[in-house]
Ligand binder design. Structure first.
Ligand SMILES: Nc1ncnc2c1ncn2[C@@H]1O[C@H](COP(=O)(O)OP(=O)(O)OP(=O)(O)O)[C@@H](O)[C@H]1O
Length: 269
């Protein structure tokens, strides 16, 4: 394995080449290859157990792939030092380890200061940045509340505020809207899109994924079975084959992306 860039995609910020992952002998991801260009918003979709979280965990280096290479910003992911990685990749996941009993404000502050200097004082401009980000996600009122005591949706909004101040090159989100009511789903997604970052986010809501994403990756049983624009991936055949339901894909009334209308009476036959 070499740390030299061996890309097949010149302007890729993130690239996976033949990535596989297994727990003991149980294969979870097989031979996954794709590239994400700078500033793209990419949605990751697939049924329960398809491997979405596992793939994302490999990409933010929580798990090590069993085979294959991941390149971030033209460097082998495994060769990037922890501090550089933490500055460049932000992660919004359901559960964040909270060993320090942090309040919402502190968690957002972690986006600005390395952990080692966390307890030194923030400059007044850093303080303002944090307050602005908490306002942007509607969490200013709860900024002194313990992170662990926040609701699932509130935690997700705080982690997005952290990403806003951190300004990473890549934002990885695992089901970022799963705990959000519809207003916050739309607000947080619009906010995320306005950040001018490269985003890779997993979704269960195919209509939200379709509306937000420039491109979609569709996983099924640990394999990447489709990779393209929403109209190429959200098709009647793919919904039936990979989600096991009957649906009719139409064009959203705005005409800009496909929309799935489910047949609530029938599973796929
Ligand atoms: N620690 C583990 N040991 C063994 N198998 C695991 C472990 N963690 C996850 N798996 C298995 O890996 C597969 C992929 O899980 P993963 O969480 O990546 O799927 P997912 O697409 O994110 O699913 P969901 O939509 O249900 O959240 C599942 O079959 C799961 O049971």
């Amino acid at each position: 394995m070499t740390t030299a860039f061996n890309s097949q995609h010149d302007n890729a910020l993130l690239e996976c080449n033949n990535l596989s992952f297994a727990y003991q002998n149980q294969s979870i991801l097989s031979n996954i290859s794709f590239a994400i260009s700078n500033k793209q918003f990419v949605g990751l979709i697939g049924g329960n157990g398809a491997g979405k979280s596992t793939l994302l965990r490999c990409l933010y280096r929580y798990l090590s792939p069993t085979a294959g290479d991941i390149y971030f910003d033209q460097q082998l992911l495994g060769a990037i030092d922890n501090r550089t990685l933490a500055q460049n990749i932000a992660v919004v996941v359901q559960e964040l380890p909270n060993d320090f009993n942090l309040c919402a404000f502190d968690v957002v502050a972690l986006g600005l200061v390395p952990y080692s200097t966390f307890f030194s004082s923030l400059s007044s401009s850093q303080h303002s940045q944090i307050i602005d980000a908490l306002h942007a996600v509607g969490m200013f009122e709860k900024s002194r509340q313990g992170y662990e005591t926040l609701s699932g949706g509130e935690k997700q909004r705080v982690l997005i505020a952290k990403a806003i101040v951190q300004q990473p090159k890549l934002l990885i989100m695992d089901e970022p809207t799963s705990h959000l009511d519809i207003k916050y789903q739309l607000e947080i997604m619009q906010l995320t899109k306005s950040l001018d970052m490269t985003v890779l986010a997993s979704f269960h809501d195919l209509n939200l994924a379709s509306a937000m994403s420039d491109r979609l990756l569709l996983l099924h049983s640990g394999e990447l079975v489709a990779n393209g624009e929403p109209a190429e991936v959200i098709t009647n055949d793919n919904i039936k084959a990979y989600f096991d339901v009957e649906a009719n894909v139409v064009s959203h009334p705005t005409g800009e992306h496909p929309m799935v209308i489910y047949d609530y009476q029938r599973l796929a036959t």
